[in-house]
Design a protein around this ligand. Structure first.
Ligand code: HEM
Ligand code: HEM
Ligand SMILES: [Fe+2]
Length: 483
């Protein structure tokens, strides 16, 4: 065992060695997301910026694709991280897992280069196969789609095979079932039809049923594991919560899909179904907050890894506000009529993706670094703790500034474009060029700079945290059955 504070892979088990590879790529792509988001934001203020070289449509696509892929890499890494620990045996088929990691990463690099260098193609099948499919968030060309399916199948084999051979905990069981649903839904997004309503109908099966059902369940599993690891919460308690959350999540999230079917040409009964079930969606998110805060309070916030715990708590609140409150605000058709596709949507999209998913992946980054440095102290009085504290503060301050700024612009759009001008073409431009709209976009950019500063600090902290620490990690006392 190497000395405390030194980064050596000897401190990690096989699955964890693979996990840190995924985490490294995830952080690089997170950086790309921030970069292209900033460029797209500047273009709102100065539309000539990079015009004809790197247009808004390209920057926006890179921004949100980088997000989806870094979160997926983060999730896959997190699952490999906990796999041997949960199942009690080495990962089954780890060699294949490693090979797939390199193929997956290479494919992502090629796709990004094509987005950047080729950008657009003729309206023919060849463009769908080689350049981009034009489906927001999952624009990857068809060849990459098929590649992703192969990579995910191999990943699934690693996970299901390991749990099947080792111990099948409740977390493991939920995780395996969830991965089947998650991977299966991706196939719905590959269905080709020239009918735009039908295309959108199936495309939402991927997007909505990922973020409001299967990804939520996945972070539920990660939260359960994270709470056991950082605070020693009794397994029975977290697993009971997990089951409650999963039931509520699927109960509301599946038919909640209807809130995307209001205006795309699907039958009218979706107004009722979508409005009703999606309005119930915040309930499981309340359960998640109660769960995390109750456990943290019960253990008097005493954890083996304070940064990870802080990000887990941030996840509980971020998920509740970003998805639950910001989602609920515009989910009833009567309101969505005015807010659909305005900056309200972008405001919600940012707070939800950051609050629910970026936070949880960052918590796992911190858990990984702690062990990578030989289970070093990461409790109170950590040497250089200001860095992680300032990083979490700046990232949140930047995000909240962006989200509030977009919300104000969104209010202005619903008022001027929709309510006053009645959704006319002229109304669209009146809304987009109004002073209040532009001020919101300006403040979004200020928030972006703060967020960028937070990101730089986060990376610096990841590289240095625990380095000068010589104390071993605080060992959380295991809870007894009577607690
Ligand atoms: C973590 C979970 C969630 C994430 C990551 C998320 C993310 C997003 C994103 C990115 C969009 C924009 C999609 C587009 O490009 O058109 C969107 C739209 C929407 N979301 Fe969510 N969301 C989440 C949960 C929720 C919940 C729980 C609700 C309801 C309670 C909700 C209600 C809506 C509605 C109504 C829209 C459509 C907005 C429009 O008409 O323009 N979301 N969501
Ligand atoms: C430096 C920070 C960031 C800036 C300046 C930024 C800027 C932007 C801009 C300009 C857009 C296009 C909006 C539009 O089409 O009107 C966008 C879209 C989006 N961004 Fe960001 N972003 C940043 C960080 C993030 C982060 C950290 C996340 C999530 C983890 C995120 C998630 C999204 C999503 C989901 C969309 C699509 C929203 C929709 O379709 O409604 N962004 N961002
Ligand atoms: Fe949705």
């Amino acid at each position: 065992m190497a000395a405390l504070g030194i980064l050596t892979s000897a401190n990690l088990n096989g699955g964890q060695k693979l996990a840190v590879k995924y985490f490294t790529v995830a952080i690089a792509l997170f950086g790309a997301q921030v970069l292209f988001g900033m460029l797209a934001g500047i273009q709102y203020l100065n539309p000539d910026f990079l015009f004809g070289i790197l247009d808004f449509s390209v920057n926006r696509m890179l921004h949100i694709n980088a997000m989806v892929v870094w979160l997926l890499f983060g999730f896959i890494g997190s699952v490999y991280w906990m796999l041997e620990d949960e199942s009690g045996i080495p990962v089954v088929g780890l060699g294949l897992g490693n090979l797939i990691f390199w193929i997956f990463t290479l494919a992502v690099v090629v796709v990004v280069l094509v987005y950047l260098l080729v950008q657009v193609g003729p309206g023919e099948q060849s463009s769908i196969w080689l350049i981009n499919e034009g489906r927001e968030y999952i624009e990857a060309p068809r060849w990459a789609d098929i590649g992703i399916v192969v990579c995910v199948l191999a990943f699934f084999y690693n996970v299901a095979g390991t749990f099947a051979k080792g111990k099948f905990t409740n977390i493991g069981g939920v995780l395996v079932m969830d991965l089947i649903a998650l991977a299966g839904l991706y196939l719905a997004g590959m269905y080709y039809t020239p009918n735009i309503s039908m295309d959108q109908h199936w495309w939402w099966w991927v997007i909505h049923l990922w973020v409001e059902a299967t990804w939520e369940v996945l972070v539920g599993c990660l939260m359960a594991y994270g709470l056991i690891k950082t605070m020693g919460v009794r397994r029975k308690i977290v697993e009971t919560w997990l089951y409650i959350e999963v039931a509520l999540m699927f109960g509301s999230g599946i038919l909640g899909l209807g809130h995307h079917y209001f205006w795309i040409g699907t039958p009218e009964y979706w107004f009722t179904i979508g409005g009703f079930f999606s309005a119930l969606e915040p309930i499981p998110l309340v359960a998640m907050v109660v769960h995390a805060v109750f456990d943290a309070g019960h253990h008097k916030l005493k954890s083996s890894n304070n940064p990870a715990l802080a990000w887990i708590i941030a996840q509980a609140f971020g998920n509740f506000f970003g998805a639950g409150v910001w989602g609920f605000m515009h989910t009833l058709p009567q309101i969505n009529l005015y807010t659909h596709g305005t900056q309200w949507t972008a405001s919600h999209g940012h707070l939800a993706f950051f609050g629910a998913y970026a936070t949880m992946v960052i918590a796992f980054f911190y858990m990984a670094i702690q062990k990578w440095r030989g289970d070093v102290w990461m409790g109170g009085n950590l040497v250089g703790a200001w860095k992680w504290k300032w990083a979490i503060f700046l990232l949140h301050a930047g995000m909240i500034t962006m989200v509030m700024a977009m919300l104000i612009s969104g209010y202005e759009q619903s008022q001027i474009e929709r309510a006053i001008e009645g959704s006319t073409w002229m109304g669209y431009f009146a809304g987009q060029s109004h002073r209040w709209f532009m001020q919101g976009m300006f403040w979004r950019q200020i928030g972006g700079w703060v967020f960028t500063a937070g990101f730089v600090l986060l990376v610096w902290d990841m590289l240095t945290i625990g380095k000068r620490e010589k104390r071993p990690a605080y060992v959380v006392p295991a809870e007894t059955a009577s607690a």
